[in-house]
Design a protein around this ligand. Structure first.
Ligand code: G6P
Length: 607
């Protein structure tokens, strides 16, 4: 989703802005632009990628500015085009502004401004903000922004420059991420840390409606009333290499291979002599024992992790669990009751729908426990309790280590709750704990030996439809597997509950239709074999995913991929691995841009 960078300092701004935007490319975008400021505002913007922008910049002579803003746009209001790209400049040419988010009352504001004689060039909501700022401008940038925010409804992160103030960069955020990077003789704004890392590791996290005025030698933060706000300086602890490809062709493969380490970092600090310890959560044993229901809410792959979580938590704790897609949750007026818990799952911690669901739960007095990867993100900050997935930065749009570490945390929660509720015998608990400890090593051993998947992927790379079937947890895993294939290879695929296929969808199976059958649940194995036979009888080509011990599957499937032996409840962590690797190689074979699939964004900050 849209990426913002801003720079004020002593270096030429253009290369800093371009390098920063490059680091935000992973968020997904369809156009880009920059404005720099000296004696006036100079803007270059274009539909397309950063290379198109670089070419356009070469063709014009931009002044040697040390102040500027840049943007990568993911279209919402208006098609990707040069004119709809950001920055947007006010009619008088004084103000340039970049925006991430959606201004909900933009039509109303547009009508007011049109009445006052303002004319608009683009179809965007953002241009309204640039013109509105200009219409309210009285020489004081901070005061003008405060007045503007009283008129705007919606979500925003804004970066603003003004030709009257070539020594100032102004920014604010609400419901859209924005960080302030603090350097020496230079300061920055950025949507995410990778854009800052080349210059500084110190940053402020802006809270909603905090305004920041950056100068070359400092950054002052104000609240909506204009009162100064003291901010805590955070320090990025992760390694710079985490945001580099380090020899891999794509971040996605690097991140797939990082899963053993990410799992180790997520699981092992939470394993103690006395069982699981969940750092920093305030839920008491008494609260857990009296839980009547759990709501899990998330989007995309995080929702898929939630679906697995439901099976595991219900089975181990006997607490009823409901799983919702965040964008649906709020609008179905969910019924909340006493002694309920909401588990919010989000890699980025910034997904707008998920954040809105969190707020809905809290508004209804429900305690929120979140599973988040990005430290200090909005979801982490607004939750009652946070359990971090220590996956490190995930750059590829398609999540891999984000998802498998979310599963790991869900297992930890299920086991912790089961112990508090007394629903698990000491021996069962031990077995699961040992299995969790072995998970990083087993993951590593699978990933080391999965080279054969490249050949398999090549064989299937030209197919246009896949079915992925499974039962129980394998069905949940099928959904995530199908999403991986769709996202990065653009192959249509459907995840189906294997037993449901015969109620309509089996009519789509014909000679040669590829069906991936995930068959790792012991209790459902025989049933799944029957489902495989049903599709085979109609000509399907079946690739099965099964546990190492279940060789019987070779009699019915055309190809078998074996995953490590594990208790049924933990298999989702393993059966997604071959599908991550398979989808990756299929996408590469089809010439797709694996890390930045078309139309997708890593962090979806609009509803
Ligand atoms: C986007 C990403 C998905 C991700 C989903 C939820 O659609 O492309 O990979 O699963 O958002 O993101 P979150 O950061 O909340 O886990």
């Amino acid at each position: 989703m849209c990426g913002i960078v801003g720079y004020i300092g002593i270096e030429p701004a253009v290369p800093v802005l371009m390098a920063g935007l490059e680091k935000l490319e992973y968020r997904g975008y369809d156009s880009a632009g920059i404005s720099v400021c000296t004696d006036g505002i100079y803007t270059v913007k274009t539909k397309g990628g950063l290379s198109d922008l670089a070419k356009k910049i070469e063709q014009v002579t931009l002044p040697e500015a040390t102040l500027g803003i840049g943007h990568t746009r993911w279209a919402t209001h208006g098609v990707p085009s040069d004119v709809n790209s950001h920055p947007h400049v006010s009619q008088d040419g004084k103000i340039s502004l970049v925006h991430n988010g959606i201004i909900e009352n933009y039509l109303e504001l547009k009508a007011e401004l049109t009445e006052k004689g303002y004319r608009f060039l683009s179809e965007t909501d953002t241009e309204i903000a640039a013109q509105l700022f200009a219409s309210l401008y009285d020489g004081d940038m901070v005061a003008t922004l405060r007045r503007m925010l009283q008129k705007i409804r919606g979500a925003y992160a804004f970066g603003i420059i003004c030709s009257d103030h070539p020594d100032c960069l102004l920014a604010v955020r609400k419901d859209s991420p924005l960080l302030v990077g603090l350097g020496k003789n230079e300061n920055f704004i950025a949507s995410d840390i990778p854009a800052l890392l080349e210059h500084t590791r110190d940053y402020y996290l802006l809270e909603d409606n905090e305004i920041v005025l950056l100068k070359q030698d400092g950054a002052s933060v104000f609240d909506l009333e204009g009162r100064p706000v003291q901010k805590e300086v955070f320090h990025v602890t992760w390694d710079f290499s985490a945001a580099q490809k380090e020899g891999y062709d794509y971040f996605m493969m690097k991140e797939i291979m990082e899963q053993p380490r990410a799992l180790l970092k997520t699981i092992s600090p939470r394993m103690t002599q006395n069982g699981i310890s969940l750092d920093g959560i305030g839920l008491t044993e008494e609260m857990i024992s009296s839980l009547r229901r759990i709501h899990i809410v998330a989007c995309g792959s995080a929702w898929h992790a939630g679906v697995v979580g439901r099976y595991v938590i219900e089975k181990l704790t006997r607490i009823p669990v409901e799983v919702d897609i965040a964008s649906e949750f709020r609008y179905r007026e969910p019924i909340f009751g006493e002694n309920e818990l909401c588990i919010i799952i989000s890699q980025s911690g910034e997904t707008a729908d998920t954040l809105a669901a969190l707020r809905e739960a809290k508004r209804n007095g429900v305690r929120v426990l979140s599973i988040v990867n990005v430290v200090g993100s909005s979801i982490a900050r607004e939750s009652d309790d946070v359990l971090y997935t220590w996956a490190g930065p995930e750059i590829a749009v398609a999540t891999t280590k984000g998802y498998t570490t979310q599963l790991a945390v869900l297992y930890l929660i299920a086991l912790y709750f089961a112990k508090a509720k007394g629903t698990l015998s000491a021996q069962e608990e031990q077995t699961y704990l040992q299995e969790l400890e072995k998970m990083p090593a087993k993951t590593e051993s699978f990933l080391k030996n999965c080279g054969f998947l490249k050949g398999l992927a090549k064989q299937y790379a030209k197919r246009e439809d896949f079915f992925i079937i499974g039962r129980g947890i394998d069905y949940a895993a099928a959904m995530e597997s199908s999403l991986k294939l769709k996202e990065i290879s653009y192959i249509h695929s459907e995840a189906y509950a294997a037993g449901e296929l015969k109620h309509g969808t089996i009519s789509l199976i014909e000679e040669g239709t590829p069906v991936i059958a995930i068959a790792t649940q012991e209790s459902l194995f025989e049933k799944l074999l029957s489902n495989i036979k049903e599709v085979k009888a109609r000509g399907a080509k079946v690739i099965a995913i099964a546990k190492e011990g279940n060789r019987a599957i070779e009699d019915v499937a055309d190809e078998v991929i074996y995953i490590p032996e594990a208790p049924d409840l933990l298999t989702a962590s393993y059966n997604v691995l071959p599908m991550q690797v398979f989808a990756y190689h299929v996408a590469v074979a089809r010439g797709c841009n694996v890390d930045k699939p078309r139309n997708l964004a890593k962090s979806v900050t609009v509803e």
